[in-house]
Ligand binder design. Structure first.
Ligand SMILES: *Cc1c(COP(=O)(O)O)cnc(C)c1O
Length: 482
């Protein structure tokens, strides 16, 4: 026999190593908001730090850990930072971070009932919580946790295609809007639809899909012998927080026997607040909903979720019965989640969701989400009173878009665009806040996605002051007027 290595450590070494990691994470949770939320580095700088051949020889575990703490973690961006305003932040929470460590530590296989009944049961239970929250039928309905919203959207489209179309989907057409998240387009391409099987419908002044244009497109396609098949509605557009007219879309889908998928990846969690629930009215009429617990349900990466009205749609789409899995099949009610989605081996995602909601209670989530929505509204209110700033798209599901446009400046659109782009650039270079621009109807705007419950008005004010400081520097003004 050759020398055997079981990749183990002594009990003391494991404990020392583990406690150090917990201390590191706790320290990070306590100090993250004092750090810079952004890390900027070139490939060259990174290569200089890390590029090497895989080492044949072992190293002291604590030395490797220290190296990683200093060079990897200390120089990573912080999506849970209270001044991380862009993209969709990942506020996370400590309980779930620890739960994830447990799931990984025990390496629980979350694929089939036989491998771990508890993992499957907790996924069933937490999916049921979500079905109830979204007013989906709890007995018939179902769902699955995925790596994120992109995979949930992909899973939804595969399901819709299997349920509504046969093997020949060459005439099928999918309808999206110009605000639909790019992951849907990726998913459409991934499953083999051609570009000319997708209709991108324009949106109105509020960035909602034009219902009439949608209806016209469907009518035209039918006339041409095509098969309108699926509408992907957005509930919480990533740009503006806008929710498409869900009830009207549902009526069209009913009338035309089409599938209604709602991409509510970031915005869906808004349903836990009164205002958000009002915005999201009609979401319960969908065939399927994508939500992203690693966004506004405060879970660490990776956790997305697909909900469907009828759990059988998932099993009849995805189950394959290879001979080596026959022995482990349970009865109908004992779900093998490998039969409900694309992955066979799956990490135990449900655990963090379960433990965080058990620990904090749903009311804590409701309060956090309500606070986020109100924070964005408060910001809108204060911007409307200010002479420096202009609202471009109002506070919706904790997202707001505005631009620097002081009274008396008299800049044309092109100059305002350049100015706001430059402000964002300088904020990013300062590393004090993550605030990038987006474009709305040709206007370059600063966008804030305020889904972090630790973000305060003070964080926002400090960031706006920083913007004004840079604006004055760009414009050559000596006196700043905050
Ligand atoms: C974030 C987002 C996605 C993609 O989700 P991932 O978790 O990043 O894969 C899809 N749709 C919308 C509306 C989103 O906001």
């Amino acid at each position: 026999m050759t020398k055997k290595n079981t990749l183990t450590l002594s009990k003391n070494a494991m404990q020392e190593y583990g406690y150090k990691i917990v201390d590191t994470i706790v320290e990070h949770f306590l100090t993250q908001d004092e750090k810079n939320p952004i890390a900027i580095a070139t490939r060259q700088e990174m290569d200089k730090l890390f590029l090497e051949e895989a080492p044949e020889q072992s190293s002291d575990p604590l030395e490797v850990l220290e190296f990683v703490k200093k060079n990897v973690l200390a120089q990573a961006g912080i999506p849970s930072h209270s001044k991380f305003f862009s993209f969709v932040p990942g506020p996370s929470n400590y309980i779930s971070a620890m739960s994830d460590s447990l799931a990984t530590g025990f390496n629980v296989f979350s694929g089939g009932w036989a491998a771990s009944a508890t993992a499957a049961e907790l996924e069933i239970v937490t999916i049921n919580w979500l079905l109830k929250i979204f007013k989906f039928p709890t007995k018939k309905g179902g769902g699955i946790f995925t790596s994120g919203g992109s995979m949930a959207n992909l899973t939804a489209l595969v399901t819709a295609r299997k349920q509504l179309l046969g093997d020949d989907y060459s005439k099928a057409v999918i309808y999206i809007s110009d605000q639909t998240h790019s992951s849907n387009i990726k998913a459409i391409r991934t499953i083999g639809f051609k570009k000319d099987q997708v209709r991108i419908i324009p949106t109105d002044m509020e960035f909602k899909i034009y219902i009439n244009k949608l209806k016209n497109a469907i009518a035209k396609d039918k006339l041409e012998g095509l098969q309108p098949f699926c509408i992907i509605a957005t509930a919480g557009a990533t740009n503006t927080g806008t929710v498409d007219p869900l009830s009207e879309i549902s009526s069209i889908c009913k009338e035309e026997s089409m599938w209604m998928h709602v991409d509510a990846a970031y915005g869906g969690a808004g349903i836990l607040s009164k205002k958000g629930a009002k915005e999201l009215r009609g979401i319960e009429k969908a065939h399927s909903i994508t939500i992203d617990p690693h966004k506004w349900f405060f879970q660490p990466y990776e956790m997305g979720c697909l909900l469907v009205r009828n759990h059988k749609w998932l099993s009849s789409t995805f189950s394959e019965k290879p001979e080596y899995l026959k022995d482990v099949e349970g009865n109908e009610s004992e779900i093998n989640f490998y039969d409900h989605g694309i992955q066979l081996t799956r990490r135990f995602r449900a655990l963090k969701f379960y433990m965080s909601i058990k620990t904090y209670g749903l009311s804590a989530f409701r309060e956090a989400i309500t606070y986020n929505i109100e924070l964005a509204e408060e910001l809108e209110h204060s911007i409307r009173k200010s002479k420096n700033w202009e609202i471009v798209s109002p506070a919706k599901l904790a997202i707001i878009n505005f631009r620097y446009n002081p009274i008396g400046l008299g800049f044309n659109e092109s100059k305002l665009n350049t100015l706001n782009r430059e402000i964002s650039k300088r904020v990013m270079i300062s590393k004090k806040a993550v605030l990038v621009t987006t474009e709305l109807h040709g206007q370059v705007v600063l966008r804030m996605c305020l889904i972090n419950p630790r973000t305060t008005m003070k964080d926002i004010d400090e960031t706006l002051d920083l913007c004004i400081h840079f604006a004055n520097a760009i414009l050559g003004n000596k006196n700043s007027t905050a």
